[in-house]
Design a protein around this ligand. Structure first.
Ligand code: URP
Ligand code: ZN
Ligand code: ZN
Ligand code: ZN
Length: 469
């Protein structure tokens, strides 16, 4: 549909990580062709097949969510969003690219895991997508395969210091994967929690009869996140590789990242909306309600939020992703009734990241440009998608959101589009709303209506990390 068509977005405030411009945006054949000051002779001279009126709207790059888990197998079940439902929900929320995690099954080749994930996504996605690879088993064969994946555009690898017996890698395996990535340009993403120690605390808590969801937060101690973060940083120094720590939630972990960055080390951190907006108060909700908020790293006491916001402002944290990993309350989360350690870990959120971070702009935590930087530009740079994704500039894919910064909306399972039976943000009112979304020039959300299609989204091979240059 987008071939040889010209679309004009007229009269909005174009926001990128660098600039705020009252500009018209001309789109040709799915890409941004030009920007010109609104009202200038140049812009006035443009004609188009379709004109989108952006008066009183922000015109922003589509969101880049570099941490999602569609259909992730976990805890004996699967994350409830498929690539079809999850990418559609993402589009509704103004996200136009996801980077999901392909999983290596222990003892199996990376190739097999990656091919399985290509097949899951192929023909189903409403928006563009890419993959990281989860390494469950670092050995001679998989180390060689890492090089091939980097060449194929799968340029980042997640390792787990948590989940012994599932995804866990010991320090030797981690070091070897880091050494390999130092060679091949891959970026190591770390789930930094001391899972060996946590499992001891889990066993002790259950033996004391502490089975409620809130104990998930108590045993997964902030100090054990900080310890693992520190250890990952030291291992990456020894290996000479950069490091990206995922889903940072503890203020002590932020301090480890900040200290490393003060030394000039190439160490990066991501946090997620749930850590910025939710807390252990949610985990402690009565009955089994707390299960809705079980994820790892866990939600922390509210006091940690200030350190996360500060980290986002000072660039000790660079990215906000969702770690979208939904499990229905009925039939999935309830696998852990009577034993918190059996609650599948993960929260739904792919639809709400852009709005929640806009609320952070309204609340004064971050600036408008920083909103775009942490949600669009830096994730794209960090994972080798820039400037195809993450900005509005000539030559970039026309992944663009017309954002209404004034309308309020109330987040609710009754109105969201994620395939999950609850909202972690039920009843929360935010200011701002995605109005219209373009993916490579095609309108996929039109004034709140989905006009895209499964299969429009394409696999995007990525270059290596561009945040180091
Ligand atoms: O609880 C979470 N975060 N579930 C998804 C898997 C992971 O560790 O990111
Ligand atoms: Zn319109
Ligand atoms: Zn993780
Ligand atoms: Zn995750």
């Amino acid at each position: 549909m987008s071939t040889r068509t010209r679309t004009l977005i007229r009269g909005g405030l174009v926001l990128t990580a660098a600039d705020e411009l009252h500009a018209d945006v001309l789109i040709e054949d799915g890409r941004v062709a030009a920007l010109a000051a609104h009202g200038s002779d140049t812009a006035a001279g443009w004609t188009a097949d379709r004109v989108l009126d952006a008066t009183d709207r922000y015109v922003i790059p589509g969101g880049v969510d570099v941490h999602t888990h569609m259909e992730l197998p976990f805890g004996g079940t699967f994350a409830s969003d498929t690539f079809a439902t999850g990418t559609r929900a993402a589009a509704w929320g103004g996200t136009t690219t996801i980077v999901d995690f392909a999983v290596q099954s222990a003892g199996r080749p990376l190739r097999e895991g990656l091919d399985t994930w290509y097949a899951k996504a192929d023909g189903n996605c409403a928006i563009d997508y890419a993959f990281h690879m989860i390494l469950s088993d670092v050995n001679e064969h998989t180390l060689k395969e890492m090089d091939l994946l980097v060449e194929e555009g799968v340029t980042s690898f997640k390792l787990f210091m948590a989940y012994p017996g599932v995804f866990y890698s010991d320090d030797g395996r981690i070091l070897r994967a880091m050494q390999r990535s130092a060679d091949n340009g891959g970026l190591i993403m770390m789930h930094a929690e001391n899972g060996i120690a946590i499992d001891v605390l889990v066993e002790q808590a259950l033996a004391r009869g502490e089975t409620d969801p809130r104990y998930h937060g108590e045993v997964r101690k902030a100090l054990l996140e900080a310890e693992a973060t520190h250890r990952a940083i030291q291992l990456s120094r020894v290996a000479g590789s950069p490091l990206y720590v995922v889903h940072v939630s503890a203020q002590e972990a932020v301090a480890e990242l900040a200290a490393a960055r003060d030394k000039g080390l190439p160490v990066f951190g991501e946090t997620c909306p749930q850590y910025l907006f939710l807390s252990t108060d949610n985990l402690a909700e009565p009955g089994f309600e707390g299960a809705k908020y079980v994820c790892s790293t866990p939600l922390r006491p509210k006091e940690h939020q200030a350190a996360l916001w500060r980290g986002l402002r000072t660039n000790d944290l660079q990215v906000v992703s969702t770690d979208h990993c939904p499990f229905c309350f009925k039939g999935q989360k309830d696998l852990g009734l009577g034993d918190f350690s059996k609650i599948p870990n993960g929260l739904p959120g792919v639809e709400h990241r852009m709005d929640l971070l806009h609320q952070a702009v309204v609340d004064g935590h971050i600036s408008r440009r920083r909103w775009i930087e942490i949600a669009c530009a830096t994730p794209a740079r960090m994972f080798g998608l820039y400037p195809q994704k993450g900005t509005i500039a000539p030559g970039a894919d026309a992944d663009i959101v017309l954002y209404d910064p004034h309308t309020t909306q109330t987040l609710s399972a009754a109105s969201h589009h994620m395939h999950v039976d609850y909202s972690a943000y039920e009843g929360r009112t935010v200011t701002g709303r995605v109005e219209t979304v373009l993916s490579r020039g095609d309108v996929v959300i039109d004034h709140g209506e989905f006009t895209g299609r499964a299969g429009h989204g394409a696999f995007i091979p990525r270059s290596t990390c561009q945040y180091l240059n």
